[in-house]
Write a protein that binds this ligand. Structure first.
Ligand code: R5P
Length: 294
């Protein structure tokens, strides 16, 4: 069987050696060059490309790569994008609103992506294969790795309660008791899309004098995590830390989080100053298995 071709974007250089060149023209248009393009004909191709930060440019760049690899006659194309932007907009709340999670997935599928491998994707509530819109997705979870880090490095081998701040992330904590708050956001203010405040966060857990890890799929503005940390701190927990697969950490929210815990960390699906749990081994395992996932 012909060897699989791995194409690696420069934004994946912290994990694998890049072999795609990406630059910009003076007007901001993206320029992409794939020196190995001629070798893609009739082969299975795996593209490693991050879609955050600068998600709009990163998405367009990926569409260019897919179009080119498809045109070159690849037999099958798998994309590995550790964080999928727009994954939170999977429902239409307003008349005429685009459900951009579907739009992104459909665009990737139509551009030639046969499989997307991504991590703890917001609109999926389980690990493994799923179809979303027209796109086949393999959702890989970092839940066990994030819990393992807390137990080993933060709680020094002591037991801890693991709680997620909303039901969407419940599968991340399922192997550890599966406790989750139920979060309800308010409506958009004056029908203008910006951000919906957290309305309520329901759930009471017996955490008095216990170690607690609060675990979510992502920390973006931090408002969800801070609401959960407030409740857990008020309930008398002993030592509290928090983590997420994807650390966007917008608006210096770490400073606010640190009022409740000095321990906040993430994986490196998005490389940031708090990335403590690497995804590399999972990716190596997947590629060693020749990505025979479906
Ligand atoms: C939402 O349902 C997700 O699981 C996260 O809880 C949320 O997206 C985090 O966003 P933020 O940090 O802005 O509250």
């Amino acid at each position: 069987m012909a060897e699989i071709i791995h194409l690696v974007s420069p934004n994946f250089r912290d994990i694998f050696e890049p072999n795609i060149e990406i630059g910009k023209f003076p007007d901001g248009d993206s320029h992409v060059r794939i020196p190995l393009i001629a070798e893609c004909e009739g082969r299975e191709v795996v593209v490693f490309h991050r879609l955050y930060s600068k998600q709009n440019t990163a998405l367009v760049t990926l569409l260019f790569i897919l179009d080119s690899v498809k045109e070159a006659g690849a037999q099958k194309i798998t994309v590995v994008a550790p964080y999928l932007p727009y994954s939170r907009q999977d429902k239409k709340k307003l008349n005429g609103e685009v459900a951009s999670a579907f739009a992104v997935c459909n665009l990737l599928a139509r551009a030639g992506c046969d499989n997307l491998i991504t991590f703890d994707c917001h609109f999926l509530n389980k690990e493994g294969p799923s179809k979303f819109g027209e796109l086949q997705i393999q959702n890989v979870s970092m839940g066990k790795d994030l819990v393992g880090y807390a137990k080993a490095k933060i709680f020094s081998g002591e037991e801890c309660e693991v709680i997620s701040p909303d039901m969407g992330a419940n599968y991340l904590v399922a192997d550890h008791g599966g406790k989750s708050y139920t979060k309800v956001r308010e409506e958009y203010k004056k029908q203008k899309i910006k951000y919906r405040d957290i309305g309520t966060m329901e759930g009471e857990f017996d955490v008095k004098d216990k170690n607690v890890l609060v675990l979510d799929d992502m920390i973006s503005t931090g408002s969800t995590m801070i609401s959960a940390l407030e409740k857990i701190t008020a309930a008398g927990a002993k030592k509290v830390c928090c983590a997420a697969t994807h650390g966007l950490f917008l608006y210096n929210c770490v400073d606010k989080i640190n009022k409740f815990t000095d321990c906040v960390y993430s994986t490196d699906t998005i490389v940031n100053a708090h990335s403590k749990v690497p995804i590399k081994q999972k990716l190596v395992d997947l590629t060693d298995a020749n990505l025979k996932l479906f």
